[in-house]
Write a protein that binds this ligand. Sequence first.
Ligand code: PMP
Length: 291
Amino acid sequence: PRNNNIQVFIKDRLYPREAAKVSVFDSSVQGGDAVWEGLRVYPEGIVCLDKHLTRLQESAKTLAFTDIPSKEMIKRAIKETLDANGMNNDTHIRLTLTRGEKITSGMDPRLNQNGSCLIVLAEWKPLVYDNNSGIKVISSSQRRNAPQFLDSKIHHNNLLNNILTKIQANVAGKDAGLMLDERGFVAELNGSNLFMVKNEKVYTPFGHACLPGITRNTVMEMCAAEGIAIEEADLSLSQFINADGVFATGTMGELTPVVEIDGRSIPKEDALMQNVLKLFKKKVRGYCESF
Ligand code: PMP
């Protein structure tokens, strides 16, 4: 659904939706030269806000953006946007930082002389997946960007391999596409991380092969704190197909069972997996940070 009468923060002030535009000279248009975060708002605050802001700033620093806004500045822009829209729950914030407007078209960062451009786009949105019924996925022929080509720690806007994967899932009538890494091990879904449960133990692919997601990190810490065995490993598609349970993690969808991979059913009744899902639901608002 279209959120019509929203105010969007761009660079230093709010604009109504119809006027919320970036220049054709912006680095994001010229080269996908931008970093981003997806944030989720609850009445208690924003889930893991500080970690998201750290990842945004570190991604921008790696890419040598200039004039990177401080966490305080970003929080002020978020607050202004949420207040202007009267939003305090069920809200998805697409936080984008572009290298900014270029003096002329081109890729060279030296063409950026006016600092970076912060965009806070807040919209009413439910969780992207139904956490109870779960999602169906297909394995994609599209490989996840390998860290030797583009550092997976940078949360950047070059999303074309994720989009190609999502197109394959759409064509197949499934909810998401599963990407393998360049060696053929499971990496992640096109927009979320993956976990599997086997014989009372939780597994997830190593963080260098996937986006080291903040929800992924929270789940790993939560399991460790609860005495649930959790391990990062190289995991094959066969191991996922034969798992006792599989679930996806991400800020916008929280924890969702994966109930089908390539047409093969995956059970979602596993007691340990259900326990992890319930624990997260119970704790998620405790991870919120007010600001
Ligand atoms: N993998 C990909 C490819 C993503 O785009 C996202 C969402 N940004 C995630 C995983 C989940 O990350 P997070 O838990 O930090 O939202």
